[in-house]
Ligand binder design. Structure first.
Ligand SMILES: Cc1cc2nc3c(=O)[nH]c(=O)nc-3n(C[C@H](O)[C@H](O)[C@H](O)COP(=O)(O)OP(=O)(O)OC[C@H]3O[C@@H](n4cnc5c(N)ncnc54)[C@H](O)[C@@H]3O)c2cc1C
Length: 255
C-alpha cells in the first residue's frame, strides 16, 4: 500500500472549472493562534498609526509622512512577510501573507503604498532576480530601509504594456544600459529608492526589466498627481534621461 500523499496543485483559474472538495478549502477558522496575533498586530497598526491621521495622509502636505509610516510598518516586520528569511524577511506562508494583506488593505492610501512596495516593488526581484540582486535588494526592501516602485505604464501604453517606448541602449564598453523614456502613474514614485523599470533593448519583441536605484542619476519627475481617491499615495510621472544602469542590474536570472 502506498503511503505517499498526492499534493494537488491548482494552477491559474483552474479552481473556477474544476470540482473542489470542501475539505480542500481553507477557511478562516483554520488560522493558527500565531496568525491571529499577526492579524491583531496589523489591526493595531492601522488603528494607531493610520486611522488617526487619515486627513493628514490624504492632504499630501508632508511628503515624508508616508515613507515614515512605511518605516514603522517595516519595524513591525510587516514589509518582509513574503520575503524568505535568508533574504532578511520572515518567509511566511501564502495564507499568512493574504491575511496581512486583507487587514492592511483597509488602510486607505497607506495600503496602496505598502502593497506597491511589498508586491510589484519587491516580488519581481524575489521571483526573477539573480542571487546577487536578491542579496543586495531584498534585505533592504524587507525592512523598509529602501522603498520600491514598479515602472511599466507610459503615457501611451497602459493595458497594452508591451507597446512601451522607453529604450535601453548598451554603452560602447558593454558595462551599462542607458535608459531613456517616461513612465506614468508610478505608485511610490515620489520617495522610492529602487525602481523596477521596463524598457526595450534594440528591436526585442518584449520589454526587459532593470533594477534602477534612484541615485543612478538621470531621473526627474513631475509633481504628485492629484487623484480623486487614494489621495495620500504618491503617484508620479517619471522621466529617464540617459539613466546609466550597470548591466548586472538587468532583472534576469537566466544569465
Ligand atoms: C492610482 C494608480 C496607480 C498606478 N500605479 C502604477 C504603478 O505603480 N506602476 C505602473 O506601471 N502603472 C501604474 N498604474 C497604471 C495602471 O497600471 C494603468 O492605469 C493600467 O494598466 C491601465 O492603463 P491605462 O490607464 O493606460 O488605461 P487603458 O489601457 O487605456 O485602458 C482604458 C480602458 O480601456 C479598457 N481596455 C484596454 N484595452 C482593452 C482591450 N483590449 N479590450 C477591451 N477593453 C480594453 C480598459 O479596461 C480600461 O477600462 C497606476 C494607475 C493608477 C490609476
Amino acid at each position: 500500500m502506498s503511503t505517499s500523499v498526492e499534493q494537488k496543485v491548482i494552477k491559474g483559474g483552474e479552481f473556477l472549472i474544476k470540482d473542489t472538495q470542501a475539505s480542500d478549502i481553507f477557511i478562516p477558522e483554520e488560522f493558527s493562534e500565531e496568525q491571529l496575533m499577526i492579524k491583531q498586530s496589523c489591526q493595531d497598526f492601522l488603528d494607531q498609526e493610520i486611522y488617526t491621521r487619515l486627513d493628514e495622509i490624504d492632504s499630501m502636505k508632508h511628503p515624508e509622512l508616508m515613507p515614515s509610516l512605511m518605516d514603522k510598518a517595516g519595524e513591525l516586520g510587516l514589509l518582509g512577510t513574503s520575503v524568505p528569511e535568508r533574504y532578511g524577511g520572515f518567509g511566511m506562508n501564502f495564507n499568512t501573507s493574504m491575511l496581512i494583506a486583507e487587514v492592511l488593505g483597509a488602510g486607505h492610501s497607506f495600503a496602496v503604498a505598502m502593497s506597491a512596495h511589498t508586491g510589484i516593488g519587491t516580488l519581481p526581484i524575489l521571483y526573477y532576480g539573480t542571487e546577487a540582486q536578491k542579496q543586495k535588494y531584498l534585505p533592504r526592501l524587507a525592512t523598509g530601509e529602501w522603498k520600491a516602485a514598479y515602472c511599466l505604464t507610459e503615457p501611451d501604453s497602459g493595458s497594452d504594456a508591451n507597446a512601451a517606448k522607453t529604450r535601453a541602449e548598451l554603452t560602447e564598453d558593454g558595462k551599462h544600459y542607458l535608459i531613456n523614456g517616461q513612465k506614468m502613474w508610478i505608485t511610490n514614485g515620489g520617495f522610492a529608492d529602487v525602481l523596477t523599470v521596463f524598457a526595450r533593448i534594440e528591436d526585442d519583441k518584449y520589454l526587459t526589466a532593470f533594477i534602477i536605484e534612484k541615485d543612478f542619476g538621470g531621473i526627474t519627475m513631475n509633481e504628485e498627481e492629484r487623484k480623486m481617491g487614494i489621495k495620500g499615495s504618491s503617484t508620479r510621472q517619471i522621466f529617464f534621461n540617459d539613466c546609466k544602469v550597470p548591466v548586472e542590474n538587468m532583472l534576469s536570472n537566466r544569465r
